[in-house]
Design a binder for this molecule. Structure first.
Ligand code: SF4
Length: 290
């Protein structure tokens, strides 16, 4: 077996910053709570819980003067922040700068008088953050170009803002929908470069490997999109949350197996998965994608 590791794996910069800030706060002895899941990885959240991180209940209901509250990387709504500020909590804002760049694009477009279409998963915290930024200029929230059918457009320019973890393909489909109808758009390129590089590398590896293991949590949107990218490229794809998911029957020792990871997957899972593959095929070679 040949094991090929994607060059970019483990946490992305935004999640790495969120996790290390949480660890610092917890090590300081403060009472630390998080308003939401800090990252979409159950195992990593459990590790932080064991270090003392607590979920928050009912923000603003009680005084939180001695509490440090971590706001997640995917953004926080204004009402949520106001309630926390008035509760007296010390806020640590972990919103990723790339998410804030998308937020700024939505609010700038709305302030310029444009209707805004947010392309994202409606139930995702980040999408709600972008919807709030668009305010009363929000025209629609769509997860795919197919959902644009029936959109009430006037012919005026529509601003397009993307949830940062959407795929290049979804953006292309949305642009095609507008352009094929002659509707002018202000296309804000708010996709996360790190996510795009991982998707591109996953597609490239899929063309050269018999199997691709996508490491990450089932609740992670960008992990799910990696699975789609690999499946579209025609390789066998297995979503793996940790090494215990791996089945011997997936492989034989002549396979070339690529390993990619979602942005919330710790590097430790990558190492454990490599060890599990080496238990199946002891002569397996391991190298980074070139
Ligand atoms: S995936 Fe990109 S936008 Fe999201 S937290 Fe990571 S670096 Fe930031």
């Amino acid at each position: 077996m040949r094991i090929v590791l994607a060059r970019e794996r483990g946490f992305c910069t935004g999640i790495r910053r969120a996790v290390s800030t949480a660890e610092l706060a917890l090590n300081s002895g403060a009472h630390v709570v998080a308003t939401d899941t800090l990252l979409h990885n159950a195992r990593e959240m459990e590790r932080l819980r064991q270090l003392g991180l607590q979920p928050m209940e009912e923000p603003g209901v009680q005084s939180m003067g001695s509490t440090t509250v971590l706001l997640p990387a995917h953004g926080s709504l204004e009402g949520e922040r106001k309630a926390l500020v008035s509760s007296g909590a010390a806020l640590v804002d972990l919103t990723c700068p790339i998410v804030n760049r998308a937020h700024d694009a939505a609010s700038r477009s709305a302030a310029a008088g444009m209707d805004v279409v947010v392309v994202g998963d409606r139930d995702h915290r980040e999408t709600r953050y972008l919807m709030e930024a668009a305010g009363d200029r929000l025209l629609a929230v769509v997860a795919s170009a197919a959902e644009l059918d029936g959109l009430p457009v006037t012919g005026a320019t529509v601003a397009l803002v993307y949830q940062t973890t959407q795929s290049r393909q979804v953006r292309q489909d949305v642009l095609t929908w507008f352009r094929s109808r002659g509707i002018p758009v202000a296309d804000e390129m708010t996709l996360c470069p790190e996510v795009l590089r991982r998707q591109d590398e996953a597609a490239s590896l899929a063309a050269r490997c018999s199997d691709i293991l996508v490491l990450g949590d089932r609740t992670s949107a960008n992990t799910g999109r990696l699975v789609t990218v690999v499946a579209d490229a025609g390789a066998r794809v297995h979503l793996v949350e940790d090494a215990s998911d791996i089945l011997d029957s997936w492989f034989d020792c002549g396979d070339t197996v690529g390993i990619v990871s979602g942005t919330s997957c710790p590097e430790s899972v990558v190492s454990e998965v490599v060890s599990a593959l080496r238990r199946i095929c002891p002569d397996a070679s391991v190298g980074e994608d070139t």
